[in-house]
Design a protein around this ligand. Structure first.
Ligand SMILES: [Zn+2]
Length: 476
């Protein structure tokens, strides 16, 4: 199997690999797509963040069919091997074929989502295809938080049905995805001079994981566990005065480690004993899900500590912050429908910041969780804000697009596979812009996306193109 540039979807994929298109660097590719629209005389729109929308009239016999949106994101994740000196800002990708797989030497390939972009260009230019009125939406900055799609307006969504080309697996579609946002809770704290002994409590050895896909697996959250150990000690009479609290790296990763420095007048052996007792209790809770959990207790030094009120409020906030798995679907087996992850706690100068990623398929669930954090924040004198909020795509039992896809799969002797995700995707943003939209996701077989081993199965790339044309033709 070779990469045959006589096939138009291959030709276009090869062309766009010549144009650097990492997230926030899509202008050149966006302009290239606009030039394509101009050359073919299509109606198009390019907005301020370089999203492009191209419309094509229905083919003969499809004039009365409802319109259809095709959609893909232009940007790719730029990852490379340490010994690769390719410059993602200006160099073309170095493509090669191995055992029927298309790869890029030392870098990500950008099949996610360049295959979708290539499919749309091939479909738009092919006047022999049968199709309803088409609206092709090319978005930007998907990989860094769906930022391009977030700038689209309801009037940019020209139809009530859509094929998201950011899918994979050929005869496979997503059924739903999570929406969400990051709750950011901050508190300016004051310090006073300290002469008491100072200790460091570390929580370590946890597995961590993705805050969407892994949130139901009963893993320990290092931030929550560290706060719990200290709060329980306080409830048992120990003196705990925070100096700093640090844990986790990203709001979308379950934090594996946390480290809390605190001053205390309580006897060192009493503290040590309490930590060790709680370590055993919590380990028992995590025995079958996160058994690497452990604590390290050590003496350190600090000439300052937070004021009593600041220390209490901050510890109470972390302790009481809602966290973890919340709801599951009763229709789709194994699907989490609402969750929270207190991914990050950090102390910078005189400010403590907590970042919690909230996810839910239904926006009302997202709002409920964010409201709970907002109320708790105000009770404890914390500043509360929400960043990067996006809507969810909740499962609908009735989906004519899914029926069309299943029919095409069956005609090709295949069964349509479906999955629901507790992660975010652009489909949710489109659902937010047009609540009536009926969506399927679609794409060829790829592997190891977002890594330099990313590969595109070329036979599947061809086969999927054929399937996509059949699905579009069936959209009468
Ligand atoms: Zn993608």
């Amino acid at each position: 199997m070779e990469f045959d540039l006589n096939k138009r979807h291959c030709y276009w994929f090869n062309e766009l690999c010549k144009i650097p298109h990492g997230s926030r660097n899509e202008k050149a590719l966006s302009d290239f797509i606009v030039d394509f629209a101009k050359a073919h005389g299509f109606d198009y729109k390019q907005d301020e963040v370089w999203n492009v929308i191209i419309d094509k009239k229905a083919s003969e016999g499809y004039e009365n069919a409802p319109g259809l949106i095709l959609q893909a994101h232009m940007d790719m994740v730029c990852e490379k091997n340490r010994d690769c000196d390719l410059d993602f800002e200006k160099d073309p990708l170095d493509l090669y074929v191995e055992d029927g797989l298309l790869k890029a030497k030392g870098t990500t390939l950008g099949a996610d989502d360049g295959t979708g972009v290539a499919y749309m260009l091939a479909i738009l230019e092919d006047d022999s295809l049968k199709h309803p009125r088409l609206s092709c939406i090319f978005t930007t900055m998907e990989e860094i938080g769906l930022l391009g799609a977030a700038e689209l307006k309801p009037e940019d969504v020209h139809a009530d049905r859509m094929i998201s080309l950011d899918g994979g697996g050929e005869c496979h579609t997503l059924l739903s995805s999570a929406g969400g946002g990051t709750a950011v809770v901050k508190r300016k704290v004051s310090f006073e001079a300290n002469e008491d002994p100072v200790y460091c409590l570390e929580v370590k050895g946890l597995l961590g994981g993705h805050s969407g896909g892994d949130i139901h697996l009963e893993k320990g959250n290092a931030n929550k566990l560290a706060a719990r150990i200290l709060k329980e000690m306080v409830l048992e009479g120990a003196d705990v005065r925070l100096v700093s609290f640090e844990g986790g790296m990203k709001d979308n990763a379950i934090p594996r480690e946390a480290s809390v420095v605190f001053a205390s007048t309580t006897d060192k052996d009493v503290l040590k004993e309490a930590v060790s007792k709680k370590e055993k209790q919590i380990w028992k809770e995590l025995e079958f899900s996160d058994a690497g959990f452990k604590t390290v207790f050590s003496e350190v030094s600090s000439d300052k500590k937070m004021t009593k009120k600041d220390s209490e409020d901050v510890l109470n906030m972390i302790y009481l912050m809602p966290n973890g798995f919340k709801n599951r679907s009763m229709v789709i087996e194994g699907l989490t429908t609402a969750s929270l992850n207190l991914g990050v706690v950090r102390t910078a100068d005189d400010t403590i910041e907590l970042d919690a990623l909230v996810r839910a398929a239904l926006d009302s669930h997202t709002d409920d969780m964010l409201n709970q954090i907002a109320v708790l924040s105000s009770l404890l004198d914390m500043d509360f804000s929400v960043e990067g909020k996006y809507p969810g795509w909740s499962y609908s039992e009735v989906s004519p697009m899914r029926d069309i896809f299943a029919g095409v799969a069956k005609a090709n002797n295949k069964e349509l596979e479906v999955t629901a995700a507790h992660g975010g995707c652009e489909c949710g943003v489109f659902k937010g812009l047009n609540p009536n939209i009926d969506i399927i996701s679609f794409g060829p077989i790829t592997r190891y996306i977002h890594t330099p081993d990313e590969e595109l199965d070329l036979e599947s790339f061809d086969r999927s193109y054929g399937l996509l044309c059949e699905i579009i033709e069936a959209c009468k």
